[in-house]
Design a protein around this ligand. Structure first.
Ligand code: NAD
Length: 442
């Protein structure tokens, strides 16, 4: 594969006239504006009609709620929750719920827009949404967390539904929380019909799908296996590093290791570790489950953040939070491929440096689309009251991921753009077609 071209290298950040038209401030560090800027750039490349660019530059609905929850010591605490519904031209809003102290409206808006793009690129019939609660779930007891989830559901219940907006897990939320979510919604709506299909990522016993827990990591590896040979690399005997060893990071690590790749260094909120001979991903998983983080793992040495970023590897997989690969980190990095397992892990400045170094960046809307794809399979199983086996889930997931990777490659060649712009083009073509066919109401 040819070295990545930088589409419109002289293009100014936040250069679209849409920003002025909508009166948006041009803060280059704002994640929402960074996301919309990249989308609008791709829209310009394919000549997407201006009115569709305007529609996509803002979410359809931004819902903010405040709700009280009684803590175990009897006090009441007020929590802030969000649900942003970006676009539903291709189907119901779909996207995860983040439970984290830093959750903010602009970040949720950005993630909701990415969901519209992700669902469109993998051609599942959903639009994009995202939500969350500003809290530290690690600091709450199990009962406190359950009450937060249930009160949040009751606050947003009128604005969601199995045919309208279907949340899922994200950072800080998990399958048991989705079970409380579905149970609360079913109770509020008197459990009619397919109420449990209001949320995906549920435990298997209450309507979850086999393969959902590993799905995002599986999708990352499906994309790497498909595209690495075109980049002169094979998974077997390649080396990689990981930021984050939560759901997405640990599954990406274990499944890539199953393909013969060697994990050299990992960093999470508890520190960074390194072992040039390879880290045993399954033993590391056991350690993280027991202790809560990679720090102190006996099968590797502790290292600095600087060592972590500058270690030479073939594939660098960010699977933690947004905007971690900024220009300083990108300067340090020595890799051939960045596979964005997290949402928006690379800032525009970081991306420019990596592209100039000839690094291939496989963008988040492609790499991390496996989770929502299997969420779609879960929703189909709930709706049709069937259950698929793991072979069917894995095969269908692989088919969607490979088709999305090929779609991205075709757009890249056709328009001579980098992989991120190409992925957005692959997504926008389908969103644009939906608007063309549906028209604008009334
Ligand atoms: P998670 O909560 O299971 O794990 C998050 C990881 O990030 C943890 O290992 C944590 O230690 C690490 N982390 C947090 N702060 C950090 C810091 N400052 N430095 C280094 N590491 C840090 O979350 P997850 O579900 O694995 O999600 C990770 C990313 O993948 C997020 O961007 C999320 O939006 C995205 N994503 C998740 C899914 C999914 O199905 N869970 C799907 C698509 C995308």
């Amino acid at each position: 594969m040819a070295k990545a071209s930088i589409a419109s290298p002289n293009r100014q950040n936040l250069g679209s006239p849409v920003f002025d038209e909508l009166g948006m401030e041009r803060d280059p560090d704002n994640l929402y504006l960074q996301t919309i800027d990249a989308v609008l750039h791709a829209a310009e490349v394919i000549g997407l009609p201006h009115h569709i660019q305007l529609i996509l530059a803002q979410p359809k609905n931004e819902i903010m709620v405040h709700f009280p929850v009684q803590m175990d010591d009897g006090r009441y605490q007020l929590f802030k929750g969000y649900r942003v519904q970006h676009n539903n031209a291709r189907g119901p809003y779909k996207g995860g719920l983040r439970f984290h102290p830093d959750v903010s409206l602009d970040d949720v808006k950005s993630l909701a827009c990415l969901m519209t793009m992700k669902c469109s690129l993998v051609r599942i019939p959903f639009g994009g949404g995202k939500g969350g609660v500003k809290c530290d779930p690690r600091a709450l007891s199990k009962n406190e967390l359950m009450r937060v989830v249930r009160r949040f559901v009751s606050a947003i219940a009128p604005q969601i539904g199995p045919d309208y907006d279907i949340p899922a897990p994200d950072v800080g939320s998990n399958a048991p929380m989705m079970a409380w979510f579905a149970d609360t919604y079913a109770n509020i709506t008197r459990g009619q019909g397919d109420a449990m299909a209001v949320v995906t990522g549920k435990p298997i016993e209450v309507g979850g799908s086999v393969g959902r827990e590993k799905a995002t990591g599986q999708g990352v590896i499906d994309v790497l296996v498909e595209l690495m040979p075109e980049m002169g690399l094979q998974p077997k005997n390649s080396t990689f590093s990981l930021i984050g060893y939560g759901n997405v990071g640990s599954w990406s690590g274990k499944l890539f290791a199953d393909r013969g790749a060697k994990l050299i260094t990992v960093m999470d909120h508890t520190g960074a570790i390194i072992n040039k001979n390879g880290i045993d991903t399954k033993k590391l998983d056991e350690h993280v489950t027991k202790t809560g983080g990679v720090g102190g793992f006996a099968g590797a040495e502790k290292c600095t953040e600087k060592d972590f970023y500058s270690t030479k590897v073939d594939v660098f997989i960010p699977a933690a939070l947004e905007q971690m690969i900024n220009h300083e980190k990108a300067e340090l990095m020595d890799c051939k491929i960045v596979a964005e397992a997290a949402n928006a892990p690379t800032t525009p400045a970081g991306e420019r440096i990596l592209l100039a170094k000839g690094v291939e960046i496989l963008p988040a809307i492609l790499c991390s689309a496996g989770g929502v794809t299997v969420s779609y399979f879960e929703w189909v199983q709930n709706k049709t009251q069937t259950s698929w086996d793991i072979e069917r889930v894995d095969d269908e997931l692989n088919r969607h991921m490979v088709a999305a990777a090929r779609r991205t490659q075709i757009a890249r060649t056709k328009y001579n753009v980098n992989m991120r712009t190409a992925a957005y083009i692959g997504a926008l073509e389908a969103v644009g077609k939906a608007y063309e066919l549906r028209g604008i109401f009334p």
